[in-house]
Design a protein around this ligand. Structure first.
Ligand code: NAG
Length: 429
């Protein structure tokens, strides 16, 4: 018994020691520790669910977890401040093992809202406008974690044959900094045989993901750039379903700079937005005639996530003798820990300035998996197109290094940005 207690304490100490946030959090007091007992993920999840609703709709909840009342009392203030701190342990559990236990309304490291739907639909407000549509967090169908938000028709749509908004979810109001670039990421799954789209709006500015968009009938990872205007200090995020049944998961909204360093708001790949330079990444340039590295695109005409991206530029047609098997430059990630047999989503954006330029090859642990060229569906030229690949760690493989190779046949520019690496736990990849 004593031994067991001792190892529990050691585990807790280890979790906190590895998580700098816990140390710097001013309110990580007795109340906080009672609310978020890190060695007990289910208690942490329940507390996170409570925290997600404590001030929702302007009403302060009083259904305090009984486990915490001895330390926190029954006044809301201490719960609100402890909730604002945590749970810092779930992110260290999440990065060291799996995201399946992540059940927090706010992701780690500067993320502003989390839609992993692991604890139901909170903190989102759900409106069902077409009574034939149901909206539920459902187990076993997630992109990350266990659950995703699933819309289903339980009968003929009340819209008849015309298109209408069947359902809508709205995030809490989120503080934003004027002039700052944010990134919204989310996964959608729609049957390619259905019609219509899922729309997203951030203070009225948004985009749609159409059921016909490529790739179809698998989880599609979407990255959306959004810049707060000079007058904007807050926003909410609205998702709407117009037509299709769909699954929605893994929503994160964070400043692009939150992706600097080892704890990005989503996934485990450090510095994948290149907002703080290469970070732990390596840029190699076999071709002396080319330039390669992280560049500042701010103020230019190309819309980016954040302001920086990795860029290869060849001012003239490359001389093959100067390249290594056609490779002008490479971008190599830091090594990230993986679990054999688990599947990981590699999301990124790719830019090409002309159709004849060649392709970008994606490798994991030096094994080539896919190439992306501007002639591919959904790629094209002149923009950062969102790309994805699902990679499964083979038996015995506990680390992954992602590599992008710029294989250039013509003069021009290729760029890579917005690299996400996150465990994908559901089905339909
Ligand atoms: C990036 O470029 C913009 C526009 O030219 C400039 O204002 C900004 O200071 C640059 N940032 C860095 C870190 O160099």
């Amino acid at each position: 018994m004593l031994l067991l207690l001792k190892s529990c304490l050691l585990l807790a100490a280890g979790l906190f020691a590895s998580e700098a946030v816990a140390v710097t959090c001013a309110n990580a007091d007795n109340c906080y520790r009672a609310l978020f007992p890190c060695p007990s993920p289910s208690a942490v999840s329940a507390a996170a669910a409570f925290c997600a609703t404590i001030t929702s709709g302007g009403v302060t909840a009083t259904n305090y977890p009984t486990r915490a009342t001895a330390a926190c009392g029954t006044a809301p203030a201490r719960y609100i401040s402890a909730c604002a701190c945590g749970p810092t342990c779930s992110s260290s559990i999440a990065t060291s093992t799996t995201t399946a236990s992540a059940c927090t309304p706010t992701p780690s490291n500067g993320g502003l809202v989390y839609g992993d739907f692991e604890c139901g639909t909170a903190p989102w407000t759900v409106e069902v406008l077409d009574t034939a549509m149901s909206v539920n967090a459902v187990d076993g169908l997630g992109l990350t974690g266990k659950k995703s938000l699933v819309t289903k028709f339980t009968g003929p749509s009340t819209c008849g044959t015309s298109v209408c908004t069947n359902a809508r979810i709205t995030s809490p109001q989120l503080s934003v900094t004027p002039g700052t670039k944010y990134k919204l990421t989310f996964g959608t799954w729609m049957d390619g045989n259905t019609q219509g789209f899922v729309g997203v709006r951030i203070n009225g500015r948004g985009r749609t993901v159409d059921a016909f968009d490529f790739p179809q009938s698998i989880w599609k990872f979407n990255q959306v750039s959004w810049t707060a205007q000079a007058s904007e200090t807050s926003t909410n995020i609205i998702f709407e379903w117009l037509g299709p049944e769909a699954r929605l998961d893994t929503i994160t909204f964070a400043p692009a700079t939150a992706y600097c360093g080892p704890h990005p708001p989503l996934g485990i790949m450090p510095d994948g937005e290149f907002e703080c330079g290469l970070g732990g990444w390596t840029s190699q340039k076999p071709d002396p005639g080319a330039t390669a590295g992280v560049v500042n695109l701010s103020g230019g005409s190309i819309e980016t996530f954040g302001n920086f991206a990795w860029k290869v530029f060849s001012p003239t047609d490359p001389i093959p003798a100067n390249q290594e098997l056609g490779v002008s430059a490479r971008l190599i990630s830091p090594s990230v820990p993986v679990t054999p047999g688990k599947t990981y989503l590699i999301g990124f954006t790719a830019y090409f300035d002309n159709f004849g330029i060649g392709f970008i090859g994606l490798m994991v642990n030096n094994q080539p998996f896919r190439t992306y060229d501007p002639g591919d569906r959904g790629v094209g030229t002149g923009w950062f197109s969102p790309q994805q690949y699902f990679w499964t760690a083979p038996v015995g493989v506990t680390a992954a290094v992602v590599k992008f190779e710029a294989v250039m046949g013509k003069a021009g520019t290729m760029m890579v940005d917005s690299v996400i690496f996150v465990e994908a736990t559901g089905t339909n990849f």
